[in-house]
Design a protein around this ligand. Sequence first.
Ligand SMILES: [Zn+2]
Length: 347
Amino acid sequence: MAGSSVEELRESALAALAAATDLEGIQAARTAWLGRKGPIVDALRSIKDVAPEERRSLGLALNQLRDEIEATLGERERRLEEEAMSLRLAQERLDVTLPGRPRAVGGPHPLRMAEAELVHVLREIGFSVAQGPEVESEHLNFEALNIPADHPAREMQDTFYLSDLPGLLLRTHTSPVQVRAMREHAPNPLRVICPGRVYRRDDDVTHSPVFHQIEGLAVGEGIGMHHLKATLYEFARRLFGADVRLRLRPSYFPFTEPSAELDVGCPFCGGKGCRVCKGTGFIEVLGSGMVHPHVLREGGYDPARCTGFAFGLGIERTAMLHYGIDDVRLLYTSDLRFLSQFQGSEA
Ligand SMILES: [Zn+2]
């Protein structure tokens, strides 16, 4: 085979390769041109038939042609694979520029926010938190707090008694926690607050059978009404603002003597009188008084040596005043249209 024949072989090879436009065609062209029965191998075998002085240059030319065909096929194969990859990338593309779907995040309930605020303020004043069971003994809920069986308050506070467990009930106030705390600390001085859930059988527009209270108690030697008043005023000013109008008004509770209620100036009318304050310009927020000697004795203190004051308020009422809520039932109906309004607001 002469050099010119190698050039012809090359031209027909390149023409055939140009027609191979997919991976299958390339594989077929490779087998046809470079296989054991292909023209290159054929030509190499026939080298022995040419003149000895031409063998070397012919062998060189054929080897170069074989390398060229291999390189051309390899290059075309690589390009086809690249194109296939780009096509796949385009088809399976993820658009990461779309905004994510936000996950709804819950927030504290307005009742919990109000409770946290009350606890925070009272801790700053110097009280620590005490807790007790919601299922309470009749004795600690009533008798220990100077509410005997025939006391009218026992009827007033129509109670959930546990029929299977005589002597136990759902506590009607957090006051039994005060007795429990006194029994733990007597005869040492004591300053505690008792926040928690309480139960009564009322169920109407302004009353729920489950509600929340927070009570405070200070016991020690030489504690007087002036300590009560100063503490309550400081508490109310921290809670409602330094310029809030305050009024301490005589009242009656079985477990305190004397007793007083704290009123704050109506935030809805500024004191002029409105529907919420029933025209008085004040809203009652808190009951209080000097701890009754009977209660001190129940708690393990000697009323001749120790005195104390106590106060209690409803967390619902405080939340309603704080956030301007006019229906207590909104706090219990789990309506997200209502609850979501408190997201991100500070108690
Ligand atoms: Zn008012």
